[in-house]
Design a protein around this ligand. Sequence first.
Ligand code: FEO
Length: 409
Amino acid sequence: MNKIKLAEDTYWVGKIDNREVPFHRLILAKGTTYNAYLLHTAKPTVIDTVDLEFGREFVEYLSQLIDPSEIQYIVINHTEPDHSGGLAALAGRAPNATIVCTELAVDDLKEMYKLHSRNFLVVKDGDTLDIGGKTLKFKETPYLHTAETMITYCVEDKILFPCDIFSTHMAAQSFFADEAGFDITEDFIGYYNAIIHPHRRYVRTLLKALEELDVQMIAPSHGFILRTDIQKYIDLYAQLSANTVEDKRVTIVYTTIKNNTKKVAEQIKRIFEENQIEASVFNADKTDKDEIIASIKEADAVWIGSSTKYADMIGNLEDLLIDLKEMNLEGKIAAAFGSYGWSGEAIEVIQDYLMQTNMNVQSTSQVIKTTGMLHVEFPVRIRFAPKNEQLKKIEHAAAFVADLLQSAI
Ligand code: FEO
């Protein structure tokens, strides 16, 4: 057979999918590939697998290069089934293999593929693994694009296996970008915009981490392997993930019983200011309504919050919300928030009012549908005073809006 060789003892063992593939509510008109890799070292290791649908075919192909029972490690960078799906077929044929993944991925894989009695090796940021002649180094990349993801770097070969990152959706027969016969840049950017851009905050963190690695080849999970002009592709990610829009403003309005909702408002303001976005905060019970409305008219994003008392908002907020329904606020982003003790009905009532304006109201449902992210929740509901994990909740939501404001896409 014709082996697709990346480096000594390192081979492509994936699947080319020529279909028009439905994916993340897109149709991949040019198909895609599911790239998996075999590192045929003294402790043979497979990095990622293929889509669930092609698991058997994958194992058959792999079996032409190695007896699967010899495989010692299966590295799963990301649990989405277009990468981990082949595990269903491979795990049984590779009974001696330990599955290497992040802590968050373990439960996913156990549940998805009934691997409850399997050996797992949980790796953390910076951990290394000796696979007998080569060394793998792992970097956790949470939210890029799901919470459990990581990337793998082969120290000796200087190859980065970044899973979805740096991918291209194309069912090309040429495995390497430099052999494609055309410039892949447009398809590479198209993939970035569709899949990676909503997570661009985390791209910037990743690129900082990559500065410590000498990357000579990028072997992603979809499309072309990059082995020339590496820096060009990394620079493209830096350029595409950078903030492109400046001078945005946010208005935050609240009413509060015991200052907990006020503290949430202040945390929201802090996150925007850390992102170089000007934020004005108003207590609706202590500020003239016209002053608040003037600020809202100037704002690019509007946050409205209240504590809950007797299952409703408190103070002057309802008068303001009634006025907002009558105004033309098109183009502005809106979000509801509040501190509560039991059920937090006020936050939902505010959300309902905002939905009656023509603002772009953020909701958990919308975030999941457009980005797949589960850690960003709207409205922002905080029990009692904001602390610990609840502060993270505020941070994720405010940072998400900051990213929407600062990107032209
Ligand atoms: Fe290629 Fe996150 O799927």
